[in-house]
Design a protein around this ligand. Structure first.
Ligand SMILES: Cc1ncc(COP(=O)(O)O)c(C=O)c1O
Length: 458
């Protein structure tokens, strides 16, 4: 059985067409995948990691540093997944690692209040419209708890969500969700009882008429509307101008709570997340807001928060129960706090710049090769749809040419660029993407675009 060659990674990609993974030298990843498959369903602990949508062997990563990942075979990649969003500063940022190491040496979990969780909550409250936050361990827990609180606060049952928006694997929210369900073409999932989704109303994204109609019919029974603050789980599909403000107003008019899910956008698209790009400028606030990813700095930490009067319904102040053995864990809180403190205006400026350069070069290369595509961006989050028309909802996102993405993905991987292994995900950059890393991506793009064009000609 192979062992992980920690610290023995070779520098530079090991390229060359040879097997069905197209890159030579993935034998250790392949062996680990087989070994994993014997003890874990599909060999992975989260479905999209299995490469089911793109084929080939998932790369088992041995280490990450800045913008770079090194797999167990020693292949080096520029990372455009960034752990699906959290690694805003890049991998193994020295100050984050030092802070985490120091706190871990004093003990990793006590089941009591600790000071890092207070400081992390203060940092979040200072940056966002939330009056207070409760820390949890995953984005799924955050959205699940926010919905429970909304139902407890309003005394109503119905939840409104949008097709293509993913809010974690919460039973009530797995109706027409994006992310892995979109990747794998799963509309809902067995194991979720009808009763769990019967109270969920699913609407097309960006469709004001559909929102108005559903509130006119069910307004007095709707507990909350939850939306990704700017969807990234069907690829990047930004809200039409004023759409979030319209949702907030509609909820207020009907006494429902507006939940803005900022698990992906929070602390990534700006220091105050998506709200910093729209709500803060337009003068509205969500009633509840959920966070995850960046605020954990690569550790399991997430949060939900919002209006003081709503949050006071949570136990121990109020009757709505919610708890967690590892919630507010001092190591995870320290990683998140250090990350947020380091996420300065300069960091956001660099991430924005890297996103602009890479997205611009991607669309240029695809256009030059004559490949139909649409590039969509929201701040520094962007993705490419292999389709002809702008994408404003899940139906349009689903109509893209998945085969073209698959070819493009593997051509990039062959050239040492690690894209998300799904056509329905964001390409994430970090402030650690320096000129050398960006150049690797720019060098790979024309060949990958040509590979898609050649496939189309066949
Ligand atoms: C917008 C959004 N909400 C919730 C979640 C769930 O977060 P987690 O995977 O930490 O449970 C995700 C995960 O990708 C997400 O993108």
């Amino acid at each position: 059985m192979p062992t992980v060659p920690w610290g023995s990674a070779r520098i530079g990609p090991h390229l060359g067409v040879g097997d069905n993974d197209r890159v030579s030298g993935v034998s250790s990843s392949r062996a680990w995948f087989e070994r994993a498959g014997a003890v874990t369903p599909g060999g992975v602990n989260s479905p999209v990691r299995a490469f089911s949508a793109v084929g080939g062997t998932p790369r088992f990563m041995a280490s990450g540093s800045g913008a770079w990942l090194t797999d167990v075979d020693g292949n080096e990649y520029v990372d455009l997944v960034c752990s699906w969003g959290p690694m805003l500063l890049g991998h193994a940022h020295p100050e984050v690692i030092a802070a985490v190491t120091a706190v871990a040496a004093r003990g990793t979990s006590f089941g009591t209040p600790t000071t890092p969780e207070v400081e992390l909550a203060e940092e979040i409250v200072a940056r966002t419209p939330a009056d207070s936050v409760r820390l949890v361990s995953s984005g799924t827990e955050a959205t699940m708890s926010a919905i429970r609180l909304a139902r407890g606060f309003t005394g109503r049952d119905l939840v409104v969500k949008f097709a293509g928006c993913y809010h974690g694997h919460v039973d009530a929210l797995l109706a027409q969700a994006g992310s892995g369900l979109a990747t794998l073409g799963i509309p809902g999932t067995p194991g979720v009882p009808d009763d769990a989704t019967k109270a969920t109303l699913v609407l097309p994204y960006n469709d004001r008429d559909a929102v108005t109609a559903v509130f006119e019919e069910y307004g007095d029974r709707i507990a909350c509307l939850i939306t990704e603050a700017s969807p990234g789980n069907m690829g990047v599909v930004p809200p039409a101008p004023g759409f979030n403000a319209f949702l907030a107003e509609t909820c207020t008019r009907y006494g429902a709570l507006f939940i803005s899910d900022e698990v992906m956008t929070g602390f990534r698209v700006s220091r105050s997340g998506q709200w910093g790009l729209d709500g803060a400028r337009e003068g509205w606030k969500p009633d509840l807001i959920t966070f995850g990813k960046v605020m954990g700095g690569g550790f399991p930490a997430a949060a939900f928060g919002g209006r003081a009067d709503v949050m006071s319904h949570l136990a121990p102040l109020g009757p709505v129960y919610q708890a967690g053995t590892l919630s507010g864990n001092p190591v995870a809180s320290t990683a998140g706090l250090t990350t947020l403190r380091l996420a300065t205006d300069e960091v956001y400026a660099r991430v924005d710049e890297v996103a602009r350069i890479i997205s611009g070069a991607a669309t240029e290369a695809l256009s030059a090769a004559g490949v139909p595509h649409v590039l969509q961006a929201n701040g520094n989050m962007f993705s490419v749809f292999f389709t002809e028309e702008a994408v404003s909802d899940y139906a349009a996102a689903s109509a893209q040419d998945i085969g073209a993405f698959k070819t493009f993905f593997h051509a990039m991987l062959d050239r040492g660029v690690y894209l998300p292994p799904s056509a329905f995900e964001v390409w994430f950059c970090s402030a650690a993407h320096d000129d050398r890393a960006v150049q690797r991506v720019l060098d790979a793009l024309p060949t990958a675009a040509a590979a898609v064009a050649a496939e189309g000609d066949r």
